[in-house]
Design a protein around this ligand. Structure first.
Ligand code: KIV
Length: 269
């Protein structure tokens, strides 16, 4: 396994731009707590995303909509301390990007100040371009998120591939023109992702958008096989952590029940 060496310092927006210019694929993975933040950072990924998927992955909710600003700050602060090298990106939860520039800037400033992260991510269409521009004008780096916007799941009629290529291009271009330093493309056709990636002056990071994006992002619990529910078809599981933990718990329980644990080595005094 050959991995690109990383600088021994915090990844910045300039590093992401340089990677795009050099054609080096970017990697971003979600983390929500201390152990997963540490693991993500140690893996050498470029960015660690504290996604509002925390509501689904950690709290078992059926959408990301219930994630609150307080929860994003709580998880974002933990991961920002855990990840000392990767760029930490924290999601702006619903509905702050729809409440006007001032409210969105206030929420993003709170995320930046109270978590210690380096950037915020927000879902939106071209309709939120003024909000992206306002946050960027405040000196807060913005990663935009277009295509399947999970916060709009009810309006989109479910977690479905978004196929309106003109609309996708319009949304992605508007985000980049407003100053977003990268754009997440979720669940869109490969051809649309390739066209957007070629058209934008900033990196694209795909999830369910095919191999032609500047980089890829996945939810860590899907990637390591820890999610209890069915994962999307675009996920590749690189481990069976759910199976590993399940079998460890079963073995421990069996050992206790036959009085094999604790043994003399695990007994103090
Ligand atoms: O919240 C999240 O985890 C995300 C990724 C799936 C891109 O937005």
């Amino acid at each position: 396994m050959t991995l690109t060496p990383r600088p021994p310092r915090r990844v910045t927006v300039l590093d992401l731009a340089a990677a795009r210019a050099e054609g080096r694929p970017l990697t971003m993975v979600t983390a929500y707590d201390w152990p997963t933040g540490r693991l993500a950072d140690e893996s050498g990924v470029d960015c660690v995303l504290v996604g509002d998927s925390v509501a689904m992955v950690v709290a078992g909710r059926s959408s990301t909509i219930p994630a609150t600003l307080e929860q994003m700050v709580y998880h974002g602060e933990i991961v920002s301390r855990a990840a000392t090298r990767a760029m930490v990106v924290v999601d702006l939860p619903f509905p702050f990007q729809h409440l006007g520039v001032r409210t969105a800037v206030e929420a993003c400033a709170r995320i930046l100040k109270e978590t210690g992260c380096q950037a915020v991510k927000l879902e939106g269409t071209a309709g939120q371009a003024d909000v992206v521009a306002g946050i960027v004008a405040a000196g807060i780096p913005v990663m935009a998120h277009v295509g399947l916007r999970p916060q709009a799941v009810h309006q989109l009629g479910g977690y479905r591939m978004q196929r309106d290529e003109d609309q996708l291009m319009t949304d992605a271009r508007a985000a980049a023109a407003a100053g977003a330093f990268a754009v997440v493309l979720e669940c869109i056709p490969r051809a649309a992702a390739a066209a957007i990636t070629a058209a934008l002056p900033v990196p694209t990071i795909g999830i369910g958008a095919g191999p032609d994006c500047s980089g890829q992002v996945l939810v860590m619990h899907d990637l390591v096989g820890l999610s209890p529910d069915r994962v999307p078809r675009f996920v590749r599981a690189y481990a069976d952590v759910r199976g590993t933990i399940g079998s460890a718990l079963a073995r421990w329980r069996a050992d206790v029940e036959r009085r094999d644990f604790p043994g003399s080595d695990e007994t103090l005094g």
